[in-house]
Design a protein around this ligand. Structure first.
Ligand SMILES: *[C@@H]1O[C@H](CO)[C@@H](O)[C@H](O)[C@H]1NC(C)=O
Length: 136
């Protein structure tokens, strides 16, 4: 089981960001949202993943999905991820959001020792039929 200890932020030198991306994303129930985590060039050949943050004292990943071959999309349930070496980014698509999807997630990069990771909060708003009215 992968353990991610929250030393992130304490150990890093100022200005050093191995991974960059949105801190928060949001959408309505049923929406499909996409985001990118951009990584530093030296992480190009490392394995990238996306997972949901679980655990209490010790944070851990659940529902981890690993990016496959460069440029190829990997899908698990309602999540697709793709590692683009050209853009130096991991592209994550969350399909057909449900209210239960709301929570915290990591973009991660496998690395010897402590993985690189970026924590992202996902907010999902209930669909109250607002968009249906718009299309009338
Ligand atoms: C998302 O919902 C649409 C419409 O219900 C469905 O056709 C599609 O397969 C769903 N996609 C995923 C990845 O679950």
């Amino acid at each position: 089981m992968r353990l991610l200890v929250l030393l992130w932020g304490c150990l890093l030198l100022p200005g050093y960001e191995a991974l960059e991306g949105p801190k928060e994303i949001s959408g309505f129930e049923g929406d499909t949202v996409s985001l990118q985590c951009t990584y530093r060039e030296e992480l190009r050949d490392h394995r990238k993943y996306w997972c949901r943050k679980g655990g209490f004292l010790l944070s851990r990943c659940s529902g981890t999905i690993y990016a496959g071959e460069e440029g190829q999309e990997t899908t698990k349930g309602r999540v697709s991820i793709r590692d683009s070496h050209q853009e130096l980014s991991l592209i994550v698509t969350l399909w057909n959001l449900t209210l239960q999807d709301a929570g915290k997630y990591w973009c991660g990069v496998d690395k010897r020792g402590l993985d690189e990771s970026l924590l992202i909060s996902l907010f999902v708003f209930p669909d109250e039929g607002l968009r249906l009215q718009e299309t009338k």
